[in-house]
Write a protein that binds this ligand. Structure first.
Ligand code: FAD
Ligand code: NAI
Length: 476
């Protein structure tokens, strides 16, 4: 039987990064993963690389370029005639990027001498001679390995609407929504969360009529209210996404090639008929078939593996990282946990600060934030000062032709320490890095105000938002 210092179950961003860091630190490492492409080929990288972050961003970029050439370039004196959508090429480009990156993980595994084992892993009962026993099943093939430490990184799966399984023809999860072979005339989306907005944006730009049904009365409740209100205005008014808040879905039925959704809105029963329906109502931790009970690893009421701040499950030698444990379901959060577990096993003292995980929603404009929102700080009775700066007054944004949105900074009223930064606008995903660094370093808004920012750049909006906290913006 093969023996390892560390076995990682799952090769998504949390697992593959844990495996690489552990190998760098001198451990012998195996990584078990069962992902297969629709063509039946093993593919590393988990949800993120195969059907999540990477393919969605490829399609978001392509669809945005399509929209730019159709509707935005003329204002810059660029007239395009005969513009055509070639969806086959667009999807092939997405698949090529996915292939390059998933093969890249396989290359990194070889480079770091990580043993990559394809198949479904599970605990084969209690440990023997101080090592955990893991069974790996791939079809009829079975093998057992032993490892002193196990890192569970089995990720998450899409949550179906109760009683309505995904058929991937008309009722789609994220994987189905990323692979439609034609632009649907009418696309319905259940859930105006991150996937609903990103996938809704892609197919709207490519020509679908998109209606989004959301259970909550508030749009993007985790986002700072000033930003989420601005976002809702842009998505509904300028981009004609039909977002309905506060609805109750009564039933979802597929009839041949249409889907009928019965729902209640403002006390009335309504029906939405669509050609394809994306159900994006959150994701569930993936622990099925791991035999956690066999080793005493506990899950909480929502099915997440219980861990402490160090991702330790409380069972000797077993850690869990990424989407399968508490905290935001984000690739970079999982990666940092993977690194931290490997370093802890090597005797180091790493720390992952869940309070400074940046979030990005890759709509156009992008929405990004780090730290706390004005509404949560006010609800906690915290005295704050806020400053904001609109991109409409930023020279670089004007040059880009992307002047919607703003940067908002929130600081403690007494100490001036930055508590939250929220951006809606062009390249918010890049701008948020400065704010993350500032919050992690305990910076004040004055620190950012005193730092020189290149001109003309979008980062000047961050600088001006910091100046605005002290009511001394220069350019509005
Ligand atoms: P996963 O990526 O889910 O990987 C888990 C792996 O373990 C999978 O390969 C799975 O097959 C395998 N596995 C599970 N059980 C077993 C088992 N028993 N044996 C063997 N293998 C097993 N996050 C961002 O930060 N930025 C984004 O832009 C972003 N975009 C997203 C877009 C979409 C459409 C979706 C769905 C998600 C997106 N996410 C994004 C979230 C991100 O994909 C996840 O947070 C991330 O993939 C979680 O990583 P993980 O390693 O914990 O799990
Ligand atoms: P989500 O949690 O972001 O949004 C789900 C939405 O569905 C919520 O607004 C919720 O109120 C709504 N909802 C739940 N039940 C409903 C019902 N019965 N009827 C109508 N609405 C209902 O989940 P989503 O979009 O599925 O994404 C899952 C996770 O994947 C995200 O939370 C995020 O962690 C990750 N992700 C991250 C991305 C990024 O970082 N850019 C992109 C896509 C996904």
């Amino acid at each position: 039987m093969q023996q390892f210092d560390i076995a990682v179950i799952g090769a998504g961003p949390a697992g593959y990064v844990a495996a690489i860091r552990a190998a760098q630190l001198g451990f012998s490492v195996a990584c078990i993963d069962d992902w297969k492409t629709p063509q039946g080929k093993a593919s590393l990288g988990g949800t993120c690389l195969n059907v999540g972050c990477i393919p969605s961003k490829a399609l978001l970029e392509s669809s945005e370029n399509y929209e730019r050439v159709l509707h935005k370039f003329a204002a810059q004196g660029i007239k395009a005639k005969g513009v055509e959508l070639d969806l086959v090429t667009m999807l092939a480009r997405k698949d090529k990027i996915v292939g390059e990156l998933t093969n890249g993980v396989a290359f990194l595994f070889r480079k770091n001498k990580i043993t990559s084992l394809h198949g479904r892993g599970s605990f084969a009962g209690p440990p023997r001679d101080g090592a955990h026993q893991l069974e790996i099943k791939d079809g009829d093939n079975k093998q057992t390995i032993a490892a002193k430490h196990v890192v569970i990184a089995t990720g998450s799966i899409p949550r179906p609407f109760p009683g309505v399984p995904f058929d991937q023809e008309c009722i789609l999860d994220n994987a189905g929504a990323l692979s439609l072979s034609a632009v649907p005339k009418r696309l319905g989306v259940i859930g105006s969360g991150v996937i609903g907005l990103e996938m809704g944006s892609v197919w709207r730009r490519l020509g679908a009529q998109v209606a989004v049904l959301e259970a909550m009365d508030t749009f993007l409740p985790v986002v700072d209210e000033q930003i989420s209100k601005e976002a809702l205005k842009i998505f509904t008014k300028s981009q004609s996404l039909d977002i309905r808040l506060g609805v109750k879905i009564n039933s979802i039925k597929r009839e041949k090639n249409v889907v009928k959704v019965l729902f209640e809105e403002a006390g009335e029963t309504r029906e939405m008929e669509c050609d394809k329906l994306v159900v994006a109502i959150g994701r569930l931790p993936n622990t099925s078939g791991l035999n956690l009970q066999g080793v005493g690893v506990k899950t909480d009421t929502r099915g997440f593996i219980e861990v402490d701040d160090a991702c330790y499950t409380g069972v000797a030698g077993i850690y869990a990282v990424g989407d399968v444990v508490r905290g935001p379901m984000l690739a970079h959060k999982g990666m940092e946990e993977g690194v931290a577990v490997a370093e802890r096993l090597a005797g180091q003292k790493p720390h992952v600060n869940l309070d400074t995980i940046p979030w990005v929603i890759y709509t156009a404009p992008e929405i990004a934030w780090v730290g706390q929102s004005e509404q949560t700080l006010k609800a906690a009775g915290r005295a704050i000062r806020t400053g904001f700066f609109p991109f409409s007054a930023n020279g670089r944004a004007k040059g880009l032709g992307e002047t919607g949105g703003m940067v908002k900074m929130i600081a403690d009223a007494k100490t001036d320490q930055i508590l939250g930064v929220h951006v809606i606008g062009p390249f918010a995903s890049e701008l948020i890095a400065e704010a993350t660094l500032a919050i992690e370093f305990g910076a004040s808004s004055e620190d950012i105000a005193r730092i020189v920012h290149a001109h003309p750049s979008l980062s000047e909006a961050m600088h001006e938002a910091a100046l605005a906290v002290d009511k001394r913006t220069l350019h509005i």
